[in-house]
Ligand binder design. Structure first.
Ligand code: CU
Length: 369
């Protein structure tokens, strides 16, 4: 996946003026050692490619490139130099509207032929607070705490409508990024994290049958300790940057409600272009594949509503994402990053009936010190 994106990007850069030729000019007098050359201020459209410049941001005028961080929807994409901290906040909004079975959209009426109740739409909002700290150049530690809000609308076979919502802390994640290899252009690291079952799996709300426990997709956490392995590659030239990440979710055991959510994995690859010293744009593809639930919460009746069926949770989906990254280049907010990314499905398949994804947007703030 990374190859299909990176090779055209690399090929393109060979033909762009101001990248390779500029280096040749710098080399002409033969006096500037490579390290010194990298510190020189670069033209606005081709900021310096120093892999570490982005977090030093000292008095030398060097501030990070906007695209030295991945599109904001990617987690654990970059590492920090020893001694650095980074605070971050992300806001995510995900919209699901209408049902789907397999590859095809189906009407609510079609679902109501088999079930007395069907969900019609769902909004998921997440406030994600993050902290990064690098004890060593080769290791960056990460902590993430999400606040989750979910809203789901339903209709019944008899024509009734009702909504349920949940809000609270999601699953807390603690992880480490470990440098595998890097040179000036290419960087590889390992992602390893553990997800703690801090999010509730027993959320209730009012429904036509009383104040009852809500089905699987309305719960706030997995209820299990989950292992999150991954590997990340990023690359950068003066004119472009790109990257790819493979990550997985491996649930362990079963939760107190006697089930575990499906395991899954995600593959993503992106390319980004800095336009000025303070803004870059990105294009990304993301493939996500998650399985069904093992076991079941005995309180649910899967004949009642599809969301209560542990065998109707699996999905696989290809999303395209368009994003913007900003970094404030000077002034007292220098080094603050703002970013936004919107993602839309190009393809999705579900074990249905199940709600289908329509779009999601992620906006975030990051600051390293
Ligand atoms: Cu960071």
């Amino acid at each position: 996946m990374s190859r299909s994106i990176c090779i055209p990007l690399l090929a393109l850069t060979l033909f762009l003026p101001g990248t390779a030729p500029a280096d040749d000019l710098d080399d002409a007098d033969g006096s500037a050692p490579p390290a010194a050359r990298r510190q020189q201020p670069a033209a606005p459209a081709t900021p310096a490619a120093d892999p570490h410049a982005h977090h030093h941001g000292g008095d030398d005028g060097g501030v990070a490139r906007p695209d030295s961080h991945a599109p904001i929807g990617v987690m654990g994409d970059h590492m920090h130099a020893a001694g650095e901290f980074m605070l971050s906040y992300r806001y995510m909004f995900m919209n699901m509207d209408g049902s789907r079975d397999g590859d095809d959209s189906i009407s609510d009426g079609r679902v109501l032929r088999d079930y007395p109740v069907t969900p019609t739409s769902m909004d998921t909002q997440m406030h994600m607070f993050g902290l990064m700290y690098a004890p060593l150049d080769q290791v960056t530690l990460t902590a993430m705490l999400p606040l989750v809000q979910k809203d789901m609308d339903h209709i019944t076979r008899l024509g009734g409508k009702f909504s349920v919502d949940t809000f609270g802390v999601g699953d807390f994640k603690l992880g480490a990024l470990v440098r595998l290899w890097e040179n000036e252009t290419h960087h590889f690291h390992l992602n390893a994290a553990l997800s703690f079952p801090t999010g509730s799996t027993t959320e209730k709300d009012d429904t036509p049958v009383g104040n009852v426990r809500l089905p699987y997709p309305m719960q706030l956490g997995s209820g299990t300790y989950d292992i999150l392995p991954g590997v990340t590659y990023t690359g950068q030239t003066d004119a472009w940057s790109w990257g790819a990440q493979a990550s997985g979710v491996i649930r362990t055991g079963r939760n107190d409600e006697n089930y575990r959510l499906g395991n899954g994995y995600e593959l993503t690859a992106w390319g980004a272009k800095p336009w000025t010293e303070w803004v870059s744009s990105s294009l990304r593809l993301k493939w996500k594949d998650f399985g069904n639930i093992t076991g079941a919460d005995g309180r649910f009746n899967p004949q009642m509503v599809p969301t209560a069926d542990p065998d109707l949770r699996a999905f696989r989906r290809l999303d395209i994402g368009v994003g913007l990254n900003f970094i404030i280049p000077r002034g007292f907010l220098k080094g603050n990053r703002l970013a936004v990314e919107a993602e839309f499905p190009l393809y999705q398949h579900v074990d249905g009936p199940q709600l289908e994804q329509d779009w999601m947007v992620t906006a975030g703030w990051q600051y390293a010190f």
